[in-house]
Ligand binder design. Structure first.
Ligand SMILES: NC(=O)c1ccc[n+]([C@@H]2O[C@H](COP(=O)([O-])OP(=O)(O)OC[C@H]3O[C@@H](n4cnc5c(N)ncnc54)[C@H](OP(=O)(O)O)[C@@H]3O)[C@@H](O)[C@H]2O)c1
Length: 342
C-alpha cells in the first residue's frame, strides 16, 4: 500500500505495542489529548478488553509484517512500544526485536510517516552494554534509519502494575522474607512512575522540537537497588532482610526470579543482566522542555500496588514447591506466594 504525504492526517497517531504495559496507559492519554489513535495489536479480542472502546484497532504482526502497511497508512506519528522479551526464547529476543524494528521502519517509509517516538532504556552510552540494553539501542538505530524523524525516550524501571521490572522487584519482596542478592544491589537507578513516562511520551508528540532528538526520562529520586527493594517493602508493610553475597551468577539469579515470581526466567535473565548498568538520566533536557511535578517514588509504588489485580479470593494463596534439583535440589521447600490473574 503506497502512502504519500497527501493522505496523512496530522492528528492521526498509530501506537505499536498498544496492548502492552506502557501502550495501555499511553493510548487513553492520547485520546484525552484529542488525538485519533490507531492501536496496532496482534490480538483484536484481547485488545478490545484492554483499550478504550473508541480506539481504532488494526491487527498487525511485526514478526511477519502481516497487516503492517495498513496499520501505519495515513498516520503522521507512530509510537513504537514493541519488545519481545516476554515472548522470545533465550537470547532470540534481540534478533526478533531487530527484525520487528526493520519491518516497522520500512512500512513507515512506504506510508510517509513523519515521526516515530520510541521508548527504550537508559544506559551508559560509552560502555559495552548488557544484551537487553544493547538490543534496545540497536532498535533505536534501526528506527532512526528511515525517513521519519525519530524521538527516543529512555527510561529505567517504570513503576506501574504489570511492568516486568516492577513486578519482578515487587513479587520478590512480597514473597521472600530474606533476600540473598549479588553486588548489583549497589547499582543506581532512577525509576519513573507510569503516569510520568506517559506524560513525556504524549508531550514529545506535541513538541516538534523533540523530533530527531534523544532524551532520558528519570523519576525524581535516584535509588540503589537495595534501597528500591526496601522502599517497596515499606509500602507493602513487609520489609525483607537483604543479604549480599560476593558472587551470584546472572543465570542463577534469573532462575531464582523465575522460580519465585510470575516473571519467567527467560524474561528475567536479560533484565537481571541489565541491573549491573547504572540507569540514571544523563541530562535533564526533557524535563526542561516538559516541566511538571514528577510523582514521588513512594506515591508511584502505592498507585501501582492499588492498580494490581487482587489475588483470587482476596487473600494470598500459599503454595509449596520443591526447590528444583538443577539449582541445588534436595528436600528444601520454599514458600511461594499467590499467582495473580491479569
Ligand atoms: N516496563 C518497563 O519497566 C520499561 C522500562 C524502560 C523502558 N521500557 C520500554 O518500553 C517499551 C514497552 O515496554 P512494555 O513494558 O510496555 O512491554 P510489554 O508490556 O511487553 O509490551 C510489549 C508490546 O509489544 C507487542 N509486541 C511484541 N511482539 C510483537 C509483534 N511481533 N508484533 C506486534 N506487536 C508485538 C506486544 O503485543 P501483545 O500485547 O500482543 O503481546 C505488547 O503489546 C519497550 O521498548 C521497553 O524497552 C519499559
Amino acid at each position: 500500500m503506497a502512502g504519500g504525504a497527501e493522505g496523512i492526517a496530522r492528528d492521526r497517531v498509530a501506537v505499536a505495542g498498544a496492548s502492552g504495559f506502557v501502550g495501555r496507559a499511553l493510548v487513553p492519554r492520547l485520546v484525552a489529548d484529542g488525538v485519533r489513535v490507531r492501536a496496532i495489536v496482534r490480538d483484536l479480542t484481547r485488545a478490545r478488553t484492554r483499550l478504550p472502546p473508541t480506539v481504532e484497532l488494526s491487527r498487525a504482526d511485526l514478526a511477519s509484517g502481516d497487516g503492517l502497511d495498513r496499520a501505519v497508512y495515513g498516520v503522521d506519528t507512530a509510537y513504537y512500544l514493541v519488545i519481545s522479551l516476554g515472548s522470545a526464547r533465550g537470547r532470540a529476543f534481540a534478533e526478533q526485536d531487530r527484525e520487528a524494528a526493520r519491518r516497522f521502519v520500512e512500512a513507515c517509509d512506504r506510508s510517509g510517516v513523519r515521526r516515530i517516538i520510541y521508548l527504550g532504556g537508559i544506559g551508559e552510552a560509552d560502555r559495552p552494554l548488557p544484551a537487553h540494553l544493547a538490543s534496545r539501542r540497536e532498535v533505536a538505530r534501526i528506527l532512526g534509519s528511515g525517513s521519519a524523524e525519530l524521538t527516543t525516550v529512555g527510561a529505567a524501571m517504570i513503576v506501574g502494575a504489570g511492568g516486568a521490572s516492577f513486578e519482578m522487584a515487587t513479587q520478590l519482596v512480597e514473597r521472600l522474607p530474606v533476600m540473598v542478592l549479588p553486588r548489583w544491589v549497589e547499582t543506581r537507578s532512577q525509576p519513573i512512575a507510569l503516569a510520568d513516562i506517559v506524560e513525556y511520551l504524549a508531550g514529545c508528540r506535541r513538541l516538534p522540537a523533540t523530533a530527531g532528538r534523544s532524551y532520558d526520562a528519570g523519576g525524581p529520586e535516584t535509588l540503589r537497588y537495595w534501597e528500591l527493594l526496601l522502599r517497596i517493602g515499606a509500602r507493602l508493610g513487609r520489609v525483607p532482610r537483604l543479604v549480599t553475597v560476593p558472587v551470584l551468577t546472572p543465570s542463577l539469579s534469573a532462575h531464582w526470579v523465575g522460580f519465585i515470581t510470575e516473571v519467567d526466567a527467560a524474561t528475567a535473565r536479560p533484565l537481571v543482566d541489565g541491573l549491573v548498568t547504572e540507569a540514571v538520566e544523563r541530562d535533564d533536557s526533557l524535563r526542561r522542555l516538559l516541566p511538571f511535578r514528577r510523582t514521588p517514588f513512594d506515591t508511584a509504588v502505592d498507585l501501582a500496588l492499588a492498580a494490581r489485580a487482587p489475588a483470587p479470593g482476596g487473600r494470598s494463596r500459599i503454595r509449596w514447591r520443591h526447590f528444583p534439583r538443577s539449582l541445588g535440589g534436595g528436600p528444601l521447600r520454599l514458600f511461594r506466594g499467590a499467582r495473580r490473574s491479569g
